[in-house]
Design a protein around this ligand. Structure first.
Ligand SMILES: Nc1nc2c(ncn2[C@@H]2O[C@H](COP(=O)(O)OP(=O)(O)OP(=O)(O)O)[C@@H](O)[C@H]2O)c(=O)[nH]1
Ligand SMILES: [Mg+2]
Length: 346
């Protein structure tokens, strides 16, 4: 096994929570390619930290569990503090195969300025149906916010040029952080590329709670769009709207304020869409080429509005499917629905 030619400026970072069974194998596998591995374990009640250390990782540990996003932020700060310029993030539960590392390294050499994300979307058959569908819908909205198509927005196997991370203010907790990073990086003009990897599910235990985490990601994205589309509406030719420390970050600095803002934007989405429609239709006469990110898409404004307003209908369809399932009727309505209304726009 050859160490990857990524010079000494690359390390691997792994958030790990109660993954004592898998973390040793992940760390020792990774170290066959990249010698420096940082693991962040916050509050695991098993031997995660001990196993990671025994396999040769440097372990950051704190007692209270603070979520994947917090662990990632600590890992980025640690990697940058030790002088690394690139960090490759992986999961510690064995869902990412360290033998894919050379392909990530090759993609990084081809696109040194880009964030490279693993993509499992081609392996639909290996992903639990509900998870795949949520990934499909997330991809539609996150790609829009990031101003480019991102094939799999929920994969944690990624290459980050650390200067991209240092240039943004990360405010969201838990599983929202990784979506926030793609949105902000893309909305600052950072290219995002992908490498196809396998989807490993099966018996692996997940801490991702579909209702809690999908709701949190959706609320954040909607609130982000409200700011983005206000800026795009009043500024000409301005597809990249994110500025570190700007209004969205200021609101998010206070957790309570952030939650309130998200609730208000979600509840107010119908009148807000009307405002954007006015800006799109009327303001465009005075502000040349406003909504630059939307205008480059075929029927972009119409499709985005439709997709946003149909979100509650997905929950209704899922409930109907569940009800039918209880009566012994197997329905697959939601798959076709999201394929139709959350299409690839690029
Ligand atoms: N340090 C830390 N790591 C976490 C925490 N939550 C999850 N992780 C780690 O993050 C990685 C991904 O977590 P999962 O719960 O499997 O989430 P996921 O892979 O996005 O979701 P699935 O696709 O359903 O498996 C694993 O290595 C977890 O151990 C946390 O609170 N703290
Ligand atoms: Mg997982």
């Amino acid at each position: 096994m050859q160490p990857i030619e990524m010079n000494n400026s690359t390390c691997v970072i792994i958030p790990a929570y109660n993954v004592a069974d898998s973390i040793g194998g992940v760390v020792s596998g990774v170290r066959r390619y990249i010698p420096v591995v940082f693991v962040a374990d916050d509050g695991s009640v098993d031997d995660t930290a001990m196993q990671a250390r025994a396999a040769g990782a440097v372990v950051l540990r704190w007692r209270r569990n603070r979520g994947k996003g917090y662990a990632l932020k600590a890992l980025f700060a640690c990697a940058a503090g030790k002088g690394f310029r690139t960090a490759i993030s992986m999961d510690g539960d064995g869902q990412h195969d360290y033998r894919d590392l050379p392909r990530f390294a090759a993609a990084h050499r081809r696109h040194p300025e880009a964030i490279i994300v693993g993509s499992r979307m081609h392996a639909k058959g290996n992903i639990p149906r509900a998870r795949y569908n949520s990934m499909h819908v997330a991809r539609f909205f996150i790609s829009l916010a990031a101003n480019q198509f991102v094939e799999d927005t929920q994969c944690g196997f990624r290459v980050y040029p650390l200067k991209r991370i240092e240039g943004m203010c990360l405010t969201q907790p838990g599983y929202v952080t990784e979506s926030e990073m793609l949105i902000k990086a893309g909305d600052m003009g950072c290219p995002i590329r992908f490498v196809r990897i396998g989807a490993i599910y099966g018996r692996i235990k997940s801490h991702f709670k579909p209702i809690r985490d999908v709701t949190a990601i959706t609320a954040y994205i909607i609130s982000y769009f409200v700011v983005k589309y206000t800026v795009e509406g009043i500024c000409p030719r301005r597809p990249n709207t994110y500025k570190p420390g700007g209004i969205r970050d200021k609101i998010a600095a206070n957790r309570m304020g952030d939650v309130m803002f998200e609730m208000l934007t979600v509840l107010g989405i119908i009148p807000l869409t009307g405002v954007f429609l006015l800006l799109f239709g009327l303001f465009s006469k005075t502000t040349a080429e406003n909504y630059a990110s939307v205008r480059r898409l075929d029927q972009g404004f119409y499709k985005i509005t439709l997709a946003t307003h149909l979100l509650p209908l997905i929950l209704v369809i899922i409930s109907v499917e569940k009800l039918a399932g209880c009566m012994g009727v197997r329905m697959r309505l939601v798959d076709g629905f999201i394929q139709k209304y959350y299409p690839h726009l690029w």
